[in-house]
Write a protein that binds this ligand. Sequence first.
Ligand code: AMP
Length: 505
Amino acid sequence: MTNPLYDRFFGIHDGAQTPFLILPDGGEITHDAFLRMAARFAHGLRACGVAPGDRVAVQVAKSPEALALYAACAQSGAIFLPLNTAYTVAELAYFVENSEARLLLVDPDRAEDCRQMARAAGARLETLDARGAGSFARIAAEQPERFETVPRKGSDLAAFLYTSGTTGRSKGAMLSQDNLISNALVLRDLWRFTDRDVLLHALPVFHTHGLFVATNVMLAAGGAMIFLPGFDLDRVIEMLPRATSMMGVPTFYTRLLDDPRFTRDLAGHMRLFISGSAPLLAETHRAFEDRTGHRILERYGMTETNMTTSNPYDGARIAGTVGQPLPGVELKITDPETGAPLTAGETGMIEVRGPNVFQGYWKMPEKTAEELREDGFFITGDLGQQDAEGYVTIVGRAKDLIITGGYNVYPKEVELVLDEQPGVLESAVIGVPHPDFGEAVLGVLVARPGAALDTEAIAAALGDSLAGFKQPKALVLVDALPRNTMGKVQKAALRETYADTFESR
Ligand code: AMP
């Protein structure tokens, strides 16, 4: 194989008149038409001065063209660097500078604001809008429909995905072709994706979930994707009858459950619903099964590792767990201080090793050394347990662990108890500075629609389930928890908001 990533995921579809992308307006793009667009884009990249190994930074709306840029980078040997569409120009400047990108592609609306920054960073600036128009599209339009694939090795880098960087600077996770290929093939087989599958795709394509998990798996399987610009409830409900499967973040599933149109009949024909990127509440898992008869398959992974665990296709999909390590992936739970392995049922740091684990952080050798051990185990920063059958339960991010008066409190344990209280829809538990205890436990609650929460009664009820030091020293009510695009609760933002709760008392 001359270029494993391109050959395995894209090249295999050369000439195939089978549908690849099904668009909201009902239009379809075949595998072959997609490859022709990608080839023109690969020429376009070359025309913009992009050479193999160069970074192509892309902040554009989700569209078939955005995905074709990924294929074009693979075919021309460039490194694809997709960026969250929510980033500001100032944030973009960091990524372009840090990655030393050769080319920056943005929406035409942004071009003026980016021009100076791109010039200062030495990057060429071109544009592409949500409908696939813009200066880059014009360059590509004149190019041939065939591009001679640039030879690459499996160990060559295919993409940089920057971590969301809730603490400190965002880091560029370097992913090799083999990282992506190995993971997609394992997931395709484990989840039984074939060319008969049609995946409902409402995720963004700048993140590992929508870009690599969804797209690479479907490319490897030869199936099609209903490619929606975002999660629009009406559109999802309208398109569901055409799908066989769906991948989503937990909020997709809670939003579907909130809608009476989402019935057993509507979901009956589906083969598989998959959830990840943030914790799926056991309650949502049960409510989904009650409504549809389907047990959501939850899996776990991260930017740096691709996917690492999954509930089984055939065996027990256990609510509240993220399943077992994927074939070829080793996982251990270790003491966060010493790194010594712990036994089944003990809570500690989740570490993983395998062909899925990234190559390190771009230009940050110290950070890489802190998180990637010499023996290849990556210290995920997630705390969890593994039971005797290998099922992993995530307790939360290590940096969210609360240490109050010298005792460790795992927010998840407290959140599960709060969530069961009358009238509570959901909760987030954080540690905030406290003059006596160092940190104090604080509970942030969201009420169910129409419910009035009695925080005193809730506080009083916690004594039955939680030791005193785990009980929140204060409960606050909010309309909604702050979440990022992937549905993750932004605990750093909550810690900031409530930082003075006890200091000022
Ligand atoms: P990202 O790198 O943006 O994909 O974020 C990865 C992080 O999301 C992981 O380290 C976990 O903390 C969290 N995560 C991903 N999948 C799950 C899941 N199924 N349950 C709980 N947390 C998850």
